[in-house]
Design a protein around this ligand. Structure first.
Ligand code: SF4
Length: 451
């Protein structure tokens, strides 16, 4: 071999960035967390982020810059697993090239039986479910934590907005959902524990607290119900929201409190899934469409300007044209401000995966578009009514390179605006135009500070 051929060619590795301030200075260790799925997973990632930062890792965005990669996964839909499989394949390749040292798989897929196959196939170093996230601490070199109930691990502090998990798991058995299998039955955190975390967060500068749970309004503890907790949090934090609610647990007094308490964002996310009583029964949702409509009536009266969103599944096995028409009717009656519309996809391990009467894909696609158009038509009309008004907007994301920031009104509308204000500050703006999903503001009228 000639000398020339032995000269190593530069390997196109991305330069490892210097650790961010939050990491231990000079440690040079890097970690990347990729989050899939719902708000619960976002919050779990938040906790893991604290662990990696405490262990001296700097957080990076690209896999090839990371010593450790953590995939915090969602198992709710089949294609979510396929997506994660694709990421694991890519990570395997990077590891063989020496760019990534270790890979951890956490979250709902980590809690599922399938995780063992994935571990062997992709040589994953650590697999954790949703109830032993705390074991990541040891993996990244921290002393072992003894907690077995992850919600008592601290969430993010010192940020302008934080999630506070108040319960985990779910006691329902919806036909299409894997959550009760992977997250277990409902466990509620104590009121004292939640309030002391909220106090700590507010003292460290948090201005927006979102209470989290799979069925957040099912929270109960020693005689207190969700509304008691919500009101107590709303008395402590300057801005409060919560998600996700279940229609069977939603009490009128909670809906009324949304309208009455100044610090609660006037937004309700109440998944309905179908407008057909027959389908609601097949799905084991535990309520009828009429009851759902009545709840929405209470909410609209309590917070006429508030925003209402929902989840709808089209094409669940057995769904007929009549059922679909009933859903369209409910969409018209409720005039949602937004909706997550899903085409049914079977999830292994759920009841719905083994049901017959599968809806043909073309029919499901047509129904999906019809529901989506109905939702967007209503949302567009409601948003148009906001044009010309002025709004106090909470800045959630500061301006990007184009100078556009994203904020939220007290009614829960998303607003695109131009401002120098930083996340957590309030800005008063005039709404100049509106689309089905977002309002567009002109230049700020007055910067109103941190609220
Ligand atoms: S209420 Fe139903 S859809 Fe929601 S988490 Fe529980 S089982 Fe899943």
């Amino acid at each position: 071999m000639s000398e020339a051929t032995r000269v190593p060619r530069p390997i196109p590795l991305a330069t490892k960035p210097r650790p961010r301030a939050a990491g231990r200075p000079g440690s040079g260790k890097t970690a990347c967390i990729r989050t899939f799925g719902c708000q619960m997973n976002v919050h779990d990632s938040d906790r893991m982020r604290r662990m990696i930062l405490d262990a001296g890792y700097a957080e990076v965005n690209a896999y090839e810059d990371a010593d450790i990669v953590i995939l915090n996964t969602c198992y709710v839909r089949e294609n979510a697993v396929d997506r994660v499989r694709g990421h694991l394949g890519e990570l395997n390749r990077l590891r063989k090239e020496g760019r990534v040292k270790k890979v951890a798989l956490t979250g709902c897929i980590g809690a599922a039986e399938e995780s063992e196959t994935l571990r062997r196939q992709f040589g994953i170093d650590l697999v954790l479910g949703t109830h032993n996230t705390y074991e990541l601490a040891e993996f990244v070199g921290l002393p072992t934590m003894e907690e077995t109930y992850t919600p008592d691990l601290p969430g993010t502090e010192g940020e302008h907005a934080a999630f506070v998990t108040i319960m985990t798991g779910c006691n329902y058995q919806c036909s299409y959902c894997i959550v009760p299998t992977v997250r277990g039955r409902m466990v509620c955190r104590s009121k004292e524990s939640v309030l002391s975390e909220v106090d700590r967060l507010v003292a460290s500068g948090t201005r927006y607290v979102t209470l989290l749970g799979q069925t957040v309004d099912a929270w109960r503890h020693e005689g207190d119900r969700f509304c008691d907790l919500l009101e107590a949090v709303a008395d402590r934090a300057p801005r409060v929201s919560f998600t996700t609610s279940h229609p069977s647990n939603m009490e009128d007094r909670t809906l009324e409190a949304i309208g009455q308490k100044d610090t609660i964002v006037k937004r309700l996310h109440l998944p309905v899934q179908s407008g057909s009583d027959r389908m609601l029964r097949v799905m084991h949702r535990g309520y009828k469409a009429e009851r759902y409509r009545r709840k929405i009536g209470v909410f609209r009266e309590a917070a006429p300007d508030g925003t209402l969103s929902t989840d709808i599944i089209v094409g669940h096995p057995g769904e007929t044209e009549e059922d679909h028409e009933a859903t369209l009717g409910l969409v018209e009656d409720c005039a949602f401000d937004s909706a997550y519309v899903f085409k049914f996809s079977p999830r292994e391990g759920t009841e719905a995966a083994s049901l017959g009467e599968v809806v043909p894909p073309k029919v499901a696609q047509r129904r999906f578009l019809e529901v989506l158009r109905a939702v967007e038509g209503n949302a567009f009309a409601r948003n148009q009514r906001k044009i010309g008004g002025t709004e106090e907007v909470y800045v959630r994301h500061g301006a990007n390179e184009d100078g556009r920031a994203i904020g939220e009104t007290w009614s829960g509308h998303a607003v695109h605006l131009r401002t120098e204000a930083t996340p957590g500050e309030y800005v008063r703006v005039a709404i100049e135009s509106a689309g089905p999903h977002v309002l567009y503001a002109g230049d700020p009228l007055v910067e109103t500070g941190s609220g």
